[in-house]
Design a protein around this ligand. Structure first.
Ligand code: ARG
Ligand code: ZN
Length: 478
């Protein structure tokens, strides 16, 4: 952890030489002039992502979230679509700086108690931030367990594009899908993909409802008309991929051809036509393992609810589908488990690495099924007018309102198809598997992807990526 520049310039002149020496020997956590003793400051209110400045926080890294949730959905119509959520979040974290204060993201719910290291602590809340003042202060590298008791009324939150996300209250439960920064609507969180964590859940709902989370089902227990569903998600996960969806679900469990345990949660009102494509999941797992390497998580499955947020989401190990699961979307969300979930964007500007890969994966699946071809789908994108937002958007910097735009999906997929043409199949699929092997479990940038493409192929791809990823114009030569 280097000493930030702003600290060094505040030093008295006599101490500067000492500070420089400390940097040179990289014992940088110690305060100059007082070697070995920490210098405390507040953790930043954001993780430093320019698109979502308040998402995530500085000075902490969360290792594990244990979410103990108690939820009651709305009363029948015409009662308002509002539920009641009460939670106790037990958060194991490590300080990444010497902090006398740090934040978690929490929006629309009220914290009533914060305990750090077994003792009640002072805290404040602003619109998006829970500000905690730990005493004793936390030194860099120090672990702490933070227990936040919180709760409130749940509604139907929306993102900056007015799309539903977060804890979206439904008549019979909730759809919980949080990309990019919606997790703060249901638990206190370091809400940025650069902080991956393991999760466990105990979710208590009225008897007859099912709560579905990530990972593996540990069990369920009913007492006094309420059922507690326990889930364990041991694969490190970005917060936006966590779910605790509640509804009238039937759980369907089986083992896929590659050995992955599958748990699908199907709303009891769904017809065979709405969920029939899920039967392809097993074949798709085999198909994508061939191209991206071993499936990276303990389980998989789909949630298909009877209400809609207007899109599907690749919630880790348990993709969410609004009302029905179309085959191409089933392929898209499954491919995200490697591309987006296991390898996640370092900054939201890098999201084409998620959506371009997932879209290209569904092109490959369609080719495999004989319903289209990657060449035809590529031509379809290239035939779009030069004035289309597919081309007027800088792929590697689409802006916060462009992260789910057509460029991110379709120009991203077209880039990958063009890159495959440049590299040939052997190098292209070596790139895909090495990408997952090298960056799986963490995050990566567009620059990382370019560097790996050049490393695997031995080609100089500067011009290729300039026209495809960094210019707001339609590529014609590359
Ligand atoms: N990542 C999702 C997909 O697979 C889309 C999420 C859209 N989210 C939103 N808030 N609009 O394509
Ligand atoms: Zn996607």
């Amino acid at each position: 952890m280097p000493i930030p520049a702003f600290r060094r310039i505040t030093l008295a002149a006599a101490a500067v030489a000492v500070a420089t020496a400390l940097v040179a020997t990289s014992s940088a956590v110690a305060a100059p002039g007082s070697p070995g003793s920490p210098r405390y400051s507040p953790g930043a209110e954001g993780a430093g992502d320019p698109y979502f400045p308040l998402a995530g926080n500085g000075g902490i890294d969360v290792v594990h979230y244990d979410l103990d949730l108690d939820y009651t959905p709305p009363a029948p119509a015409p009662a308002p679509l509002e539920g009641t959520l009460n939670g106790v979040a037990t958060i194991d974290l490590v300080a990444t700086a010497d902090v006398d204060r740090f934040n978690l993201d929490l929006r629309g719910l009220t914290a009533s108690k914060v305990v750090v290291g077994g003792k009640s602590m002072a805290f404040e809340q602003t619109a998006n931030e829970l500000v905690i003042t730990p005493r004793p202060k936390l030194k860099t590298g120090q672990s702490a367990t933070v227990v936040v008791t919180y709760g409130g009324t749940t509604t139907r939150p929306t993102d900056i594009e007015d799309a539903l996300y977060g804890w979206v209250t439904t008549r019979d439960g909730a759809m919980v899908v949080s990309e990019p920064d919606g997790s703060a609507t249901w638990f206190p969180v370091n809400d940025h993909p650069t902080d991956k964590s393991t999760y466990s859940y105990e979710i208590t709902v009225p008897e007859g409802l099912t709560a579905v989370a990530n990972g593996l089902l540990v069990g369920s227990q009913t007492a006094d008309g309420r059922t507690t569903w326990t889930w364990d998600a041991p694969d490190p996960m970005a917060a936006y991929l966590a779910t605790a969806t509640v509804g009238r679900f039937e759980l369907r469990q089986y083992t896929a051809a590659n050995g992955t345990p599958i748990i699908d949660a199907i709303d009891v009102t769904r017809t065979a036509g709405q969920v029939g494509s899920l039967a392809r999941t097993s074949d798709m797992l085999v198909f994508f393992e061939d191209r991206f390497g071993p499936y990276p998580f303990v389980s998989y499955g789909a949630i298909v609810d009877n209400d809609s947020v207007g899109y599907a989401l690749e919630t880790q190990t348990r993709s969410f589908f609004s009302t029905s699961a179309a085959e191409n979307t089933v392929a898209h969300e499954l491919a995200h488990q490697w591309m987006g979930d296991h390898v996640s964007p370092e900054r939201w500007a890098d999201i084409w690495l998620n959506e371009g890969w997932a879209t290209y994966a569904s092109w490959m699946w369609r080719e495999h099924r004989g319903t289209s071809s990657t060449a035809t789908l590529f031509t379809g994108v290239m035939n779009r007018s030069a004035t289309s937002s597919t081309w007027s958007t800088v792929l590697a910097d689409p802006g916060p309102l462009g992260i789910f735009g057509t460029a991110v999906y379709d120009r991203g997929a077209a880039l990958l198809h063009a890159l495959r043409g440049e590299l040939g199949d052997a190098d292209f699929f070596a790139l895909a598997t090495e990408w997952v092997a090298r960056y799986g479990g963490g995050t990566a940038t567009t620059a990382d992807f370019i560097a790996l493409s050049e490393e695997v192929s031995g080609q100089d791809l500067t011009e290729f990526f300039r026209v495809w990823a960094y210019e707001p114009t339609k590529p014609t030569v590359w």
